[in-house]
Design a protein around this ligand. Structure first.
Ligand code: SAH
Ligand code: SF4
Ligand code: F3S
Length: 451
């Protein structure tokens, strides 16, 4: 079958890992001759890259799928693909539920999309969910941004947090080699990107599965070593990384971040709960005291660092007192941003079948209380930027006010200022902050004096 002039649309749910996978799959589809269609209903191939981290994330995809399955009855050559974490979790069962599907593929198969589609075009209905070694991708991702880029450094997760589906759906840890990572960043630098975010579900685990020393005797097997190794790539001005796990976060890594000028002073380190008993039952492998020590150490090296995290409320058996310990941690630390969620029982995870599941009312009440505090603390944290000059990397126009551009400061807060996107896109601009809100800032460009 010829693919010329066929159009595709990808809808992505879930985390940065999924976004990065979607960009790679878009690259593969464009290599095959497909063209992007903004409107999913005009596309000949529709791909849903799915998330199953919580129940509502999973449900969303089923309602989307229902609509496309209907369309297939009128347009039989429509190709429907489900990739990502729901695909991995459900596998064959998804085909039984939605028989109109052509391809169900787990995240480890992302780079094999072309092969798998070939099988579909040969007339097969395909399920690809068996664990595989993730091959290096030879096509170029179609990246959403031309300024910032994701770079996967480690796939999968070897942890066993008792609430979490990720290890079941993303498989065991597989680190890319430092050479492959550097080569991708060099290419990104050549293409004019200014910022990279190194990605992993548990990025501090980077390199555990790699040999420790290269033939030249260079030691490259930790995230810290990787940061030193990629730091001088020409063109790249900023480096970020996510997500960090408190169990593995070292002072050596903190020191490297303080020392390396391109590494931004922003740390995303989920703590999940502020109570030691809950943390233990979550199998997180640290205490709130250890978490606090990590943040103290970061602030000792980089007093202005931004700290963000994830937290869960209403874990099975969480008492009012234990929940208050989470509030206390949030109050004490003062996060710049906190992603919060009510506990959602996930199939195949230990905590899902424990007694003592809390009611939806308690969970949503605690979520509300926590979110209220998060907003207050983030607004307090924003105050420190008032009147200060911050470096903003301009990414886009402000969609709500076309006279403004938007970008992020090194501490990751979204920042708006008046300017022409055609002149400023991809530029690092010094901006004086004139207005602060909990999660974003507004400022004015400081003109550069040319003598
Ligand atoms: N690897 C990262 C986060 C992965 S998932 C880490 O270890 O921190 C992203 C976030 O989703 C988690 O940090 C957690 O806060 C949330 N999450 C995961 N499973 C959940 C569940 N069953 N119910 C509610 N939130 C969940
Ligand atoms: Fe899930 Fe825990 Fe792995 Fe994070 S570290 S992805 S929460 S199992
Ligand atoms: Fe969701 Fe899978 Fe990411 S479950 S959060 S898309 S790893």
């Amino acid at each position: 079958m010829t693919t010329s002039s066929r159009r595709y649309h990808i809808t992505t749910f879930g985390c940065q890992m999924n976004k990065a996978d979607s960009e790679r799959m878009a690259g593969i589809l464009e290599d095959m001759g497909f063209e992007w269609s903004e409107d999913p209903n005009q596309a000949d191939l529709i791909l849903y890259n799915t998330c199953t981290i919580r129940d509502n994330a999973e449900h969303k995809v089923y309602s989307y799928l229902g609509r496309q399955a209907k369309r297939k009855h009128e347009q039989p050559d429509l190709t429907i693909v489900v990739s990502g974490c729901v695909a991995q979790q459900e596998g064959e069962a998804l085909l039984r539920r939605v028989p109109e599907l052509d391809l169900v593929m787990g995240p480890q198969h992302t780079n094999r999309l072309q092969d798998l589609l070939q099988q579909v075009f040969d007339g097969n209905q395909v399920v690809a969910t068996e664990p595989v070694h993730i091959m290096e991708d030879i096509t170029k991702p179609r990246r959403d941004s031309s300024v910032t880029a994701w770079v996967n450094v480690i796939y999968g997760c070897n942890e066993r947090c008792t609430y979490c589906v990720v290890p079941n759906v993303r498989g065991v840890e597989q680190s890319r080699t430092p050479e492959a990572i550097r080569a991708e960043i060099e290419e990104i630098g050549r293409l004019g990107y200014k910022e990279v975010t190194l990605l992993g579900q548990n990025i501090d685990a980077y390199g555990r599965d790699l040999p420790g020393v290269t033939p030249e005797g260079r030691h490259l097997n930790t995230l810290t070593d990787l940061l030193y190794y990629v730091h001088d790539v020409p063109g790249i001005e900023r480096i970020r990384f996510a997500t960090s796990h408190p169990r593995y976060f070292t002072e050596r890594l903190i020191k490297a971040c303080a020392e390396l000028p391109k590494v931004c002073e922003h740390f995303h380190i989920p703590f999940q709960s502020g109570d030691n008993e809950v943390l233990k039952r979550m199998s997180r492998g640290y205490t709130h005291e250890k978490y606090r020590r990590i943040i103290d150490t970061i602030r000792r090296y980089m007093p202005d660092a931004s700290i963000s995290a994830d937290a869960i409320v209403g874990f099975p058996g969480e008492t009012e007192q234990q929940f208050e310990n989470t509030l206390k941690l949030v109050d004490d630390i003062g996060f710049d941003l906190l992603n919060t969620a009510a506990y959602s029982p996930r199939p195949g995870t230990p905590a899902a079948i424990w007694d003592e599941q809390l009611s939806e009312e308690i969970k949503s009440d605690r979520l509300q209380q926590l979110n209220h505090l998060v907003g207050i603390k983030a607004a307090e944290r924003s105050q420190r930027y008032m009147g200060r000059t911050e470096e903003v990397l301009v990414e886009d126009q402000n969609t709500k006010d076309k006279t403004q551009v938007m970008g992020r400061i090194r501490g990751n807060r979204l920042t708006f200022f008046t300017g022409d996107i055609n002149k400023l896109k991809g530029k690092l601009v010094q901006v004086k902050i004139t207005e602060v809100r909990a999660f974003s800032l507004t400022g004015e460009e400081i003109p550069v004096l040319v003598c």
